[in-house]
Design a protein around this ligand. Structure first.
Ligand code: PEP
Ligand code: MG
Length: 579
């Protein structure tokens, strides 16, 4: 009999394949005591397992796909650093010796102790570090228990269909290894759409369901399942009619991708003749190659903080200059480079002090205006690079006019230094603000007088407007781009930009979701910046849109005060964009 299951659709696409259940982090850990002579052998076994787990992670690091978001590399680096941490490896060794217990049990006790410490911390970000400890210890446990190759020997049978991996939880590192062995999809009991694993699955175009509680109990190995990553459905034991239906869906999806590829060189002009700029978000310089492949017209957001992560020092002016030049050289179009947005969940290790509320603390422009030495070298590198292309500087998390003025003052100072040194820079370099704090959106008409452009950072704008921490799993469900407060702030920003004659783009995730394209066009947005993988489908939505009609329709919808009618009307608008 067929079985339907609903979960969170974390990565789109239809997959059909046999189930392969695997252990993620919840393993059966044996416990036994050792005789004296066995202790040193056990320690050697543990050290060997640590060595092997480290080698696995290093191999994964080498194999990260070039279009994977930079967070994935950072995530694996964190795990590698943990593997070298004495708090884990040396302490487990000491436990084996002192308590005369087997390595798996000693590791379990030690990781529970560390996880307890993190859980007691009054800080959302640090609390999420407990997951890193759970992942690292699970990897080590799997090596110790000989379960490290989740689908056989790692050379999957060439003749069998790629499996659908069903696990309690999978790390990005697991997903990279599994992807190389050839899998059809992933289904996990835990995790959500904003997790690193979900981001990676989307970059790899691997259908994924998350939050499928109890799924491993309900399925058996080798039974055939269908995964619909868009609807968030799993269908077990499908009958012939269902299989036929989903095979057609797969063929239709493949045709859709081929059809999108044809749009690469088409201008992004709506059905009623409005040109819309299609720009790319770039995290690693390699992403700009992918951006060129999909015909992005330039870079709307280059996140420079990834240059500063996972290192003990900060990148020098010369090192930064080389990278900024590389990004500028990758496109003929404009390149918007965002100054360092560190702090909150993007630590660059400047301080050991834990802010009571990191997302509301010393982050982004606030940090740069305090650490002016760090900011100055970035500004000098940016200004020097600006002599060689069409660059714009964008300041993150602006909330006051004062911050804008202070930043401009520092930019002018750096420019004067370069002029005195005889170094070239673009004297008309546009300086803009990210609008990602409600205060900035509300004060946009005033702020516009100090800015050459605005860019809407909806990831943070939604976080701060709805008071929901972006990285807290528990309140993910409140993350709602269609909330009337969010749409009002977006509209205010676009209107203020238009009134002041400055451009307004959007570089938050909302811009890359084709379900919102009609709505954003109706709000008056004319510049979209998104992950390269989304450029073509958003362009397609633009090409089919009647912007004048959408503007009238969206104005009507935003004036509705009945919550149910408002939702219904917005859903109607977004449904028009479904394939
Ligand atoms: C945003 O907040 O929408 C944004 C683009 O910046 P980040 O996701 O890097 O905070
Ligand atoms: Mg942001």
């Amino acid at each position: 009999m067929s079985l339907w299951l609903s979960a969170i659709g974390a990565s789109r696409g239809v997959a059909i394949g046999p189930v392969h259940r695997m252990h993620g982090t919840d393993l059966d850990i044996p416990e036994y005591h050792l005789d004296d002579p066995a202790i040193e052998t056990e320690i050697a076994r543990f050290q060997q397992a640590a060595h092997e787990a480290r080698a696995q992670l290093a191999a994964v690091r080498e194999q990260i796909p070039s279009n994977a978001p930079a967070e994935i590399g950072a995530f694996i680096e964190t795990h590698l650093l943990m593997m070298d941490d004495t708090a884990l490896i040396d302490t487990v060794t000491a436990r084996i010796r002192e308590d005369r217990i087997n390595a798996e049990w000693a590791l379990k006790l030690q990781s529970e102790e560390l996880i307890d410490v993190f859980e007691q911390m009054n800080d959302g970000y640090l609390r999420t570090r407990r997951d890193d400890i759970a992942h690292v210890t699970a990897r080590l446990q799997r090596v110790l228990l000989n379960q490290e190759h989740p689908i056989g020997t790692g050379t999957a049978d060439q003749n069998s269909d790629p499996p659908v991996i069903v696990a309690d939880e999978l790390t990005p590192a697991d997903i990279i290894l599994l992807h190389q062995q050839g899998i059809a999809a992933i289904v996990t009991e835990h995790g959500g759409p904003l997790s690193h694993s979900a981001i990676l699955a989307r970059s790899l175009r691997l259908p994924a369901l998350m939050g499928a509680t109890g799924v491993r109990r309900l399925l058996v190995d080798e039974e055939i399942v269908v995964i619909d990553g868009e609807a968030g459905h799993l269908l077990a034991a499908p009958d012939a009619a269902a299989l036929d239906f989903y095979h057609h869906r797969q063929q239709r999806d493949a045709r859709y991708q081929r059809m999108l590829a044809v749009l690469r060189d088409e201008p992004a002009v709506s059905a009623d003749g409005v040109h819309i700029a299609m720009l790319a978000n770039v995290e690693l310089p390699d992403d700009s190659i992918e951006a060129g492949r999909v015909g992005a017209e330039g870079v709307g957001l280059y996140r420079t903080e990834f240059l500063f992560m996972n290192r003990k020092d900060t990148p020098s002016e010369e090192e930064q200059l080389a990278v900024y030049r590389q990004v500028l050289a990758s496109t003929d179009g404009p390149v918007t480079i965002r100054t360092l947005d560190a702090g909150a969940d993007k630590s660059i290790g400047l301080s050991d002090k834990v802010a009571p509320n990191p997302a509301l603390g010393l982050r982004a422009i606030r940090l740069c205006l305090k650490e002016t030495g760090l900011f100055r070298s970035q500004l000098r590198a940016l200004l020097r690079a600006s002599a060689e292309g069409r660059m714009r500087i964008m300041l993150p998390m602006i909330s006051t006019v004062g911050e804008m003025r202070q930043a401009r003052h520092l930019i002018n100072e750096a420019a004067a230094e370069l002029a005195a040194e005889g170094l070239a820079y673009d004297r008309d370099l546009p300086i803009g603000a990210m609008i990602e704090v409600p205060a900035a959106a509300l004060a946009a008409p005033t702020l516009a007088r100090y800015c050459d452009f605005f860019s809407l950072g909806t990831n943070d704008l939604i976080q701060y407007t709805l008071a929901i921490d972006r990285i807290d799993d528990e309140i993910n469900y409140l993350y709602d781009p269609l909330h009337p407060a969010v749409l009002t702030l977006i509209r205010m920003t676009i209107d203020a930009g238009q009134a002041a004659g400055i451009s307004v783009s959007m570089c938050g995730e909302m811009a890359s979701d084709k379900r919102y394209t009609a709505l954003l066009l109706g709000l008056g947005l004319t510049e979209f910046s998104m992950h390269p993988a989304s450029v073509l489908e958003v362009k397609r939505a633009v090409m089919g849109a009647d912007v004048a009609r959408l503007r009238r329709r969206v104005a009507e919808i935003l004036s509705l005060t009945d919550a149910a009618t408002y939702r219904e009307a917005l859903d109607g608008l977004t449904r028009e964009q479904q394939i």
